[in-house]
Design a protein around this ligand. Sequence first.
Ligand code: ADP
Ligand code: MG
Length: 169
Amino acid sequence: MEIKSEKSITTHSPDITRTLGELLGKKAYAGMVLTLNGDLGCGKTTFTQGVARGLGIPTDYHVTSPTYTLINEYPGRHRLFHVDLYRLSIGADLEDIGIYDILDGDQVVVIEWADRMLPEDLPKQRVDIKFRTSGTKCREILLTAYGLEATNLLNGIDISGLAPDTPIP
Ligand code: ADP
Ligand code: MG
């Protein structure tokens, strides 16, 4: 049977989205893969900055979308590869970009616009994270973990402190 876990949260500021990423970064296991999907400006890069912080990546590295290179690399407790497929040209060979090499190691991989890949090309063990913009400050974030390690990670994260009971106007 498939091992799966799901959590959702509405964040009311970029800082809270960053803190959510940090919680995952702190508990990251070797080889953790996070896929991030959602429209431009929904918080994928902001979330990734938190993952970097949780991995202990030195603060002098400024995590931004890897626009021209498609993949950025940062040193941390686990090495972080930050992939952004937004500008992937149609028909481009993902093999040439080197994605399969990094999906097959001990590093942490965060992929913005992962839905530009075929699902069967993604590892079975991963956390899929969907972002939806809800007004200027709110982002609805749905996390779905697949596989034992990813499920344990998500179950071990306490997000209750991040979401205020009453929405901030
Ligand atoms: P993406 O990488 O998905 O295109 P970014 O993280 O680069 O998105 O940008 C998100 C933008 O939305 C930032 O300007 C950020 O300040 C703003 N923002 C407002 N509210 C939130 C929130 N709750 N979470 C994340 N970003 C938010
Ligand atoms: Mg981005």
